[in-house]
Design a protein around this ligand. Structure first.
Ligand SMILES: C[S@@+](CC[C@H](N)C(=O)[O-])C[C@H]1O[C@@H](n2cnc3c(N)ncnc32)[C@H](O)[C@@H]1O
Length: 304
């Protein structure tokens, strides 16, 4: 039974001090659960339903977790329905003590602010945990440019990994402010952290003056109305950024579009940086396993 496997997987991880994804239904490995994600933001279990489904198995599973809430250190189980206007949240267990309020979570020893309910996203993309881990392990002494930084978790991981400097840029002012608050939560080795709330395309000249950067992180939305469209803008962006990069820069390029596979990035990099070599695809966490790995989140490392 799918339900029993899912429950076993969750019970193996809980109670957890760290925030993490527990079920990635969109990976397609669990029939009937393709529209469900389950995450733990201690002490709250956060369930997202993307499209209407037969909820019987899900509710049975959550009821088992609710029965064991005390042992599993679960103070709340919240269900967000993304297919309904305004993304309403149902409190399945507990109170609203962690709903629409800022609270801190930990991942691998670093802390971040999250807010469940206020916005569609929590403030921390949990599927990117291995990207943060990689940056923490590889950013030492590097000048890092973190594009599409959102709440700057990748930049903070790089700063914690003793980067020489980190520039975070995102057009969403609130996300950048949250990034500064996230930095303040952590003691990081890097003291030169810059936060820019601006459209990246309007900043390219200034970014070039701040370079050269040894490590570029680009984690764009696949499509965000006029702001960015991977198919239209990724190549243009990298081309314009060329002068901002060190000769031997590393590029961590992300692509979170099921319709576009690894080849999209290989071809793009081949056109813009013909001399670059592909190093590796940074593995997704096991929980993100997908029936089609090429459709899942791609975090690819290239070396100039
Ligand atoms: C997928 S999120 C990035 C997630 C982030 N890297 C992380 O790991 O938390 C995409 C971000 O790109 C930003 N964005 C989209 N188009 C932009 C543009 N043209 N200039 C600056 N930021 C942009 C959005 O505001 C959003 O925060």
């Amino acid at each position: 039974m799918q339900k029993n496997i899912i429950l076993d997987n969750i019970l193996k991880v809980l109670p957890s001090d760290d925030t993490q994804r527990l079920l990635h239904g969109r990976g397609g490995l669990f029939k009937g659960w393709e529209q469900v994600n389950i995450e733990i933001y201690p002490p709250v279990l956060w369930v997202i339903i993307y499209q209407p489904i037969d909820e019987i198995e899900l509710i049975e599973t959550l009821a088992v977790l609710r029965d064991q809430a005390a042992q599993l250190a679960l103070e709340g189980i919240y269900i967000q329905r993304r297919y309904e206007a305004g993304n309403p949240v149902e409190i399945f267990h507990g109170t609203d003590s962690h709903l629409n309020v800022d609270f801190k979570v930990k991942e691998a020893g670093l802390s971040y602010w999250v807010n469940l309910g206020r916005n569609q996203n929590s403030g921390l993309f949990l599927d990117m945990c291995n990207g943060r881990k990689w940056l923490r392990e590889h950013a030492k002494d590097k000048a890092v440019l973190n594009l599409f930084s959102y709440t700057c978790s990748l930049g903070i991981a790089a700063a914690a990994g003793a980067a020489n400097s980190v520039v975070n840029i995102d057009m969403a002012k609130g996300a950048i402010k949250r990034g500064q608050q996230n930095l303040a939560l952590n003691e990081v080795a890097c003291q030169r952290n810059t936060f820019i709330a601006q459209d990246i395309f309007k900043m390219i000249k200034k970014l070039t003056q701040k370079g050269p950067f040894d490590l570029l992180i680009a984690d764009p939305p696949s499509f965000q109305s006029k702001a960015f469209d991977v198919r239209r803008d990724y190549e243009k962006l990298l081309t314009k950024l060329k002068p901002a990069l060190a000769e031997d820069a590393q590029l961590v390029l992300c692509l979170n579009s099921p319709a576009l596979g690894e080849s999209f990035l290989h071809e793009l990099v081949g056109r813009v940086f013909p001399e670059a070599s592909f190093v590796e695809r940074i593995a997704n966490p096991d929980v993100l396993a997908d029936v089609n790995e090429d459709a899942s989140l791609k975090v690819m490392l290239f070396q100039l």
